[in-house]
Design a protein around this ligand. Sequence first.
Ligand code: FE
Length: 195
Amino acid sequence: MSTDHTHHHLPPQALRAEALESLLLEKGLLDAGAVDSVIIRYTERVGPMNGAKIVARAWCDPAFKQWLLADGSAAIGEFNLEGGQVEKLVVVENTAAIHNVVVCTLCSCYPWAVLGLPPTWYKDPAYRSRIVREPRTVLAEMGLALAPEVHIKVWDSSAELRYMVLPQQPAETLGLPEAELAARISRDAMIGVAL
Ligand code: FE
């Protein structure tokens, strides 16, 4: 596991951000438009819709899927994603026998370019510790009851290594166009807490 977790999130994070923004604006060191453009970037252009496009492509194109599983960072290159945190992206595939779920036990490392900003529960100390000790129970509490014979693998992200889950394609969606598939793939499915 990595020891280089350089971006720990302090709890009253939003408050600090606002205080800093106000101070920088007051001192004339920051332009309010620059802050808005960052917010727009993370709400409209960087988000789980990017991961969903990648999953849909993998479902439709077996050669792309093999590449994605072998070298996630290289395979997503053609999508021209912004947002970062995917310099070393590992994509793990769900199968009938194996279910993958992602956590960052130390803080909240997350592949921003493909999934956007992490959900609040992902940063919650309870999720971070319990998903490792009792993944089946935590997943069931989150609404995902897995059959007892399904093996659960928990992947611990770090500053260097980020994970994304490639969900299984539901049989009833076989043959649908890529864009329609992408619209059905949720952020939670790519973290591994939903199907
Ligand atoms: Fe982290």
